[in-house]
Design a protein around this ligand. Structure first.
Ligand SMILES: Cc1cc2nc3c(=O)[nH]c(=O)nc-3n(C[C@H](O)[C@H](O)[C@H](O)COP(=O)(O)OP(=O)(O)OC[C@H]3O[C@@H](n4cnc5c(N)ncnc54)[C@H](O)[C@@H]3O)c2cc1C
Length: 335
């Protein structure tokens, strides 16, 4: 394939510490679906050092072409050199679309690249479509989640969007072949910014929220720290993880890393128990793919009930302690 084969849909293949982020494969899955509609190639853009082995994984998951910039100066992620290289590649190959994960790296990198190229960017998209003219329709919850907005960028290229991990589906790997193009970029001190002296990685305690089979999530309706202890107790007796809405995080009842939704994590557990959560779209997009959803809310008209399998219209203070006692009693019988 010639270099202008790279004009189609691009996915930024995020890797950190030499490990490919799952969102890169998820975005390749979506990019393939989009590319089929207009018959263009899917290109993955991989930056780092000693990372070329990932190119095969990217091809196996749907990339037709992988552009690899392998350079010791790209070993550790830094926004200045990474955005410089991406800008350079985009100017060189002129892709129509660039997709990135809405990860800590993506949310820093994407706006910088978009600003450098004077193009638009839709952050935290929950769906992406292409119209017949190849315009990327970027679906984003807006106005407190009350409406779903579809955004297009008709006049500038590339059309850029970020998507949270867990929203799109990766393709099952195949043995398909693709083209791997090594690109040489000349980085100077001007493009490098701060030097990385050391990288310390913290291992998260317990099972990551995204992998939990049971999630007990609390919202603003939990009311205070005392109420929050009940949420933690319920998660504990069920052997599940604790999730939260934005207000619960803002109150300091729980760490930011436990937030579920558009700007938090996406979960798909077997059982999701929503306590004191109204069901604003910003939260729902992160949990509505859960297998079984039980919601407890005092408001019979709460939006969360629309995505729930079991609804309990009641004060959680009356329900949750009873539930904990009941589960503990049954667990004793089973022992
Ligand atoms: C750009 C943007 C991104 C956002 N991203 C996220 C995100 O990723 N995740 C997220 O969660 N939010 C996000 N938000 C915030 C979001 O819009 C909502 O404000 C938030 O999800 C509401 O949280 P809540 O349901 O806990 O609170 P509320 O909407 O205040 O709902 C509280 C609920 O508790 C019920 N309740 C009250 N007392 C009790 C009781 N005793 N027992 C049982 N039920 C009770 C009430 O009836 C109500 O339904 C975002 C907002 C914006 C603008």
């Amino acid at each position: 394939m010639s270099s202008n084969g790279c004009k189609g849909i691009w996915v930024f293949a995020e890797q950190r510490g030499g490990e490919l982020h799952g969102v890169s494969l998820e975005l390749l899955g979506k990019a393939n679906e989009l590319a089929q509609g207009i018959g263009c190639a899917v290109t993955a853009v991989l930056l780092g050092h000693n990372i070329t082995s990932h190119a095969k994984t990217l091809v196996n998951h749907g990339a037709d072409i992988v552009l690899v910039a392998d350079d010791p100066l790209l070993k550790h992620y830094r926004v200045l050199p990474y955005s410089y290289v991406i800008e350079y590649l985009i100017k060189e190959y002129q892709p129509e679309v660039l997709l990135m994960g809405a990860t800590a790296m993506g949310v820093e990198l994407a706006p910088r690249v978009a600003a450098k190229l004077k193009t638009g960017l839709s952050a935290h998209c929950i769906d992406l479509k292409l119209d017949r003219e190849g315009k990327l329709l970027q679906v984003v919850p807006g106005w407190e989640g009350g409406v779903i907005a579809t955004i297009a960028c008709p006049a500038h290229r590339p059309q850029m969007a970020t998507v949270m991990p867990g929203i799109m589906r990766a393709l099952s790997p195949t043995e398909k072949t693709g083209q791997i193009i090594e690109v040489k970029v000349s980085l100077t001190d001007k493009n490098l910014g701060p030097e990385v002296l050391e990288v310390k990685t913290e291992k998260p305690a317990g099972r990551p929220l995204e992998q939990a089979e049971i999630v007990v999530a609390g919202g603003w309706g939990v009311g205070n720290e005392e109420g929050w202890k009940t949420i933690e107790q319920l998660a504990d007796v069920l052997g599940g993880s604790v999730g939260a809405t934005r207000p619960a995080v803002d109150e300091g009842w729980v760490e930011e890393g436990q937030m579920i939704g558009q700007s938090g994590k996406t979960v798909r557990p077997t059982l999701y128990i929503a306590v004191g959560i109204s069901g604003v779209m910003h939260h729902v997009v992160g949990m509505d793919q859960s297998k079984e959803i039980i919601s407890i809310n005092t408001d019979a008209n709460a939006d969360i009930f629309e995505v729930s399998d079991v609804i309990v219209v009641e004060d959680f203070k009356k329900v949750v302690p009873k539930l904990i006692k009941e589960i503990e009693a049954r667990q004793k019988v089973c022992k």
